[in-house]
Write a protein that binds this ligand. Structure first.
Ligand SMILES: *[C@@H]1O[C@H](CO)[C@@H](O)[C@H](O)[C@H]1NC(C)=O
Ligand SMILES: *[C@@H]1O[C@H](CO)[C@@H](O)[C@H](O)[C@H]1NC(C)=O
Length: 344
């Protein structure tokens, strides 16, 4: 019975394939082919979901985020921008509306950037590459450090999708191209302009957080967003040093350290611009953040029990039932989920 079903499958398959000779040793390959085709057919609708169109209500979202930013979340944290929320949302919307989605120059966003620009506090700018979640946790919503997404420019549109089209209504709500599809896709051009503006306003020591454990992508690349739009635009009169935080996931080996790999080139590029260069592998502060999600692994065995007898040895009382932290976020990007985000 089983053989008969398999036979039917192969017969159907043979109908599609020319020169089909059904040898025993081909069976496995054909079976693989069949399963793969099925998988492909099943996953292709969701693949196009990964490339959605302009976020519905994008202007309202920007206005709402802007009021949240200026009235509540960052009110006492960062200096405010000059433009009103309605004006900012309008300038942003106008910049890409009715424009081709695939080649939008950074200059289109300049009126928005000018109106939304803020002064950055000294020593607080944090650039990141491949570690968005971790960098944001460390930055603490602008309290420890300020990432691009903590500035109004980044905050208004972080996570949104947008692109224009020539025909009315001027925005494509069904599909926007990915960054890899075009020379300068609407949102890539935005993030390039935003990164440049952010770098230009950094003062004092600037910090760069990046991942030194990726086999497929060095921690520093001259053609990354940091290499193209940030490092070259740091103001030589305002910035004193570039401090690199090189992180590694707790359970992965260091592919690169501060002493080798692409960090050597970064040091050269930084010092050639006249800035001091500092680099630290896995600073304690970052390890403690990572350990909050992985307290029981070996790398996180802290000395609490010696410093505070009685506090860190609670396993004595619950040896088989350590508390379970079930909300672990992924603080590092995994390989392959960065399509459309060459920066990150
Ligand atoms: C929206 O974008 C998709 C993908 O780029 C394109 O095929 C479609 O024609 C666009 N819609 C309009 C009205 O331009
Ligand atoms: C950098 O140094 C680390 C630690 O010594 C080593 O494991 C790694 O392989 C080195 N990487 C390169 C690119 O040389």
């Amino acid at each position: 019975m089983k053989t008969q079903i398999e036979q039917t499958d192969f017969t159907t398959l043979c109908w599609f394939l020319s020169h089909c000779t059904l040898l025993k040793r081909d069976k496995m390959a054909l079976q693989m082919f069949f399963v793969l085709s099925l998988l492909l057919a099943m996953t292709s609708p969701s693949a196009s979901d990964n490339n959605p169109g302009t976020t519905p209500h994008i202007q309202d979202i920007c206005i709402g985020r802007c009021y949240d930013y200026s009235q509540i979340k960052y009110k006492s944290v960062l200096p405010q921008a000059s433009g009103s929320c309605e004006e900012l949302a309008d300038k942003f919307f106008t910049a890409f509306s009715h424009q081709p989605p695939c080649s939008l120059s950074m200059a289109h966003y300049q009126p928005f950037m000018d109106a939304a620009k803020q002064a950055l506090p000294e020593d607080k700018a944090l650039f990141w590459s491949g570690v968005k979640q971790l960098a944001h946790e460390y930055a603490g919503d602008g309290r420890r450090f300020v990432t691009l997404e903590d500035t109004l420019i980044g905050y208004l549109v972080d996570g949104l999708v947008w692109c224009g089209q020539g025909s009315p209504p001027g925005q494509n709500y069904s599909r926007c191209p990915s960054w890899n599809d075009c020379p300068l896709e609407s949102s890539e051009s935005f993030w390039a302009a935003a990164s440049k503006a952010f770098a230009e306003s950094a003062r004092g020591r600037v910090t760069v957080m990046t991942d030194g454990s990726r086999a497929d992508r060095p921690a520093y690349r001259r053609d990354s967003f940091f290499g193209k739009y940030e490092l070259p635009f740091l103001n030589k009169a305002l910035v004193t040093s570039v401090d690199v935080i090189l992180t590694h996931p707790l359970d992965q080996p260091a592919v690169e350290t501060c002493e080798n790999g692409s960090l050597v080139q970064l040091m050269q590029d930084v010092t050639a611009r006249g800035f001091n260069f500092n680099c630290e592998d896995d600073p304690q502060a970052i390890l403690h953040l990572l350990c909050a999600d992985d307290p029981v692994i070996r790398e996180c065995q802290l000395v609490t029990k010696y410093m505070f007898p009685g506090r860190g040895d609670s396993e004595k009382y619950h040896p088989n039932h350590p508390p379970v932290l079930n909300s672990k976020p992924n603080l590092f990007e995994s390989t392959g989920n960065t399509a459309g985000l060459p920066y990150y």
